[in-house]
Ligand binder design. Structure first.
Ligand SMILES: [Zn+2]
Length: 421
């Protein structure tokens, strides 16, 4: 087994295609689900998976609430000046609606509560936060609270000057919702309490849209599986390079590295490349729900790779499975890595849907609790390949490989113990 491990880790760390794959995926563009950019990336990823010897590739359709925006415009109603903005994915549409701005600062639930009746009918303005920290209040939480309090529109301001507006999911999924826009720091600085804005968001809903999950099955000796997942889709503003070209190309490298030996390992590997992750995790949710109970029960562990670079420090988000942290940290330490662990469930990537089904699930993410790391550029036009250094991508891939090997080869009792909550 030791020789198998060394060979596997050597192939993963030395994968000659890792960096070229990363560039190719970034070349596809931001990969918003439902666009030509995403279709190109999914076709490319399918071809890369199909080229792995010994695997069986399939595409499972995953329905989601599709949406397309043709125009998003925010103007200072007094001056007619256009302000830099981006529609939140799936936002409600509106035609030239004029509203008064109410600045709620951070936009925490207590800020909304304090404003009381003043929220009703206003364009509520809040601040975007660094997404990977224990203290983060998620954008959708702020949006939900503002909408519930009667806000007529939602404006979320990106704090970093010079990188344009911020994107993100509205979570509306074809429902009623309110018009929701991400703003640049500069646009936010032009608005204050009492400012009047005019909002136009034009586009279409596609209630029966279909994304795909790409599945590569690499059978092991026994019936158990480890699911290695990453989402291919992204946002239109940059190249979705950190989030999540890094995770996708690492998953491909791991699949290539394990293919020659997996048939002799206790568990098989399922590689799952999802789309519509940026749509409130719709792709993996539909896929998991559509499986037979026995298929889900065969899943011993989900390792979800999402945003692996931007800082050399990588953290495992262990989804309220207490035994997962020590299991992964020990495996990482054995290979010389200091892995961070964050136990509470964070519903910020596809691992959350596995956890919901009781499957021990972890997201690996770089830069957790490091607000000044490159991860602060996620969801903006600055998430491009220049944020990623080759050595950092290689190291993160090797760390992921180390954890994957442990999950593929650990004793049955150890794996069963991971599922305890
Ligand atoms: Zn992501």
């Amino acid at each position: 087994m030791q020789a198998g491990r060394d060979g596997f880790l050597g192939r993963a760390a030395g994968d000659p295609a890792l960096w070229a794959d990363f560039w190719t995926l970034c070349d596809c563009g931001g990969r918003l689900a439902g666009t030509a950019s995403e279709a190109r990336a999914m076709d490319w990823a399918a071809a890369r998976l199909a080229a792995i010897p010994g695997g069986a590739l399939r595409r499972d359709p995953t329905p989601y609430a599709g949406w397309r925006c043709n125009e998003a415009r925010l103007e200072n109603a007094a001056t007619g000046r256009a302000l830099a903005c981006a529609p939140l994915v799936g936002t409600a549409f509106v035609d030239g609606l004029e509203l008064e701005v109410l600045d709620l600062g951070r936009g925490a639930p207590e800020d909304v509560a304090r404003a009381g009746a003043a929220v009703a009918g206003k364009a509520v303005m809040v601040r975007h936060e660094f997404p990977f920290a224990s203290w983060t209040i998620h954008r959708r939480k702020k949006l939900q609270e503002a909408e519930a309090a009667g806000a007529a529109a939602f404006l979320i301001v990106q704090p970093e000057p010079g990188v344009g507006p911020v994107s993100g999911s509205s979570g509306r999924a074809g429902g009623k919702g309110i018009p929701s826009l991400g703003l640049s720091a500069e646009a936010g600085a032009c608005l204050r309490d009492g400012s009047r804005v005019r909002i136009t968001i034009a586009g279409e809903d596609f209630p029966r849209a279909m994304a795909n999950a790409l599945l590569l099955e690499l059978p092991g000796r026994g019936p158990g599986r480890v699911v290695l997942s990453a989402h291919v889709d992204g946002h239109p503003l940059g190249e979705s390079a950190l989030d999540n070209a890094t995770g996708v190309v690492a998953a491909l490298a791991l699949a290539r590295a394990v293919a020659p030996v997996v048939a002799g390992l206790p568990r098989g590997l399922t590689v799952a490349l999802f789309s519509a992750e940026e749509w409130a995790l719709a792709g993996s949710k539909a896929w998991l729900t559509g499986l037979a109970e026995a298929e889900r029960r065969a899943m011993a562990f989900n390792l979800n790779l999402d945003s692996l670079c931007g800082s050399p420090r990588v953290t495992a988000l262990t989804s309220d499975f207490p035994a997962l942290g020590p299991f992964l940290r020990d495996a990482a330490r054995g290979a010389g890595f200091d892995l961070g662990v964050h136990l509470p469930l964070m519903t910020n990537s596809d691992h959350a849907n596995f956890a919901t089904h009781g499957i021990p699930a972890t997201r690996l993410v770089a830069g957790f609790d490091e607000p000044m790391s490159g991860l602060r550029f996620l969801l903006t036009g600055a998430d491009t390949r220049v944020l990623v250094a080759p050595g950092e991508l290689k190291a993160a891939t090797l760390l992921a490989a180390t954890l994957l090997w442990e999950a593929l080869t650990a004793e049955e009792e150890v794996m069963a113990g991971l599922a305890t909550r």
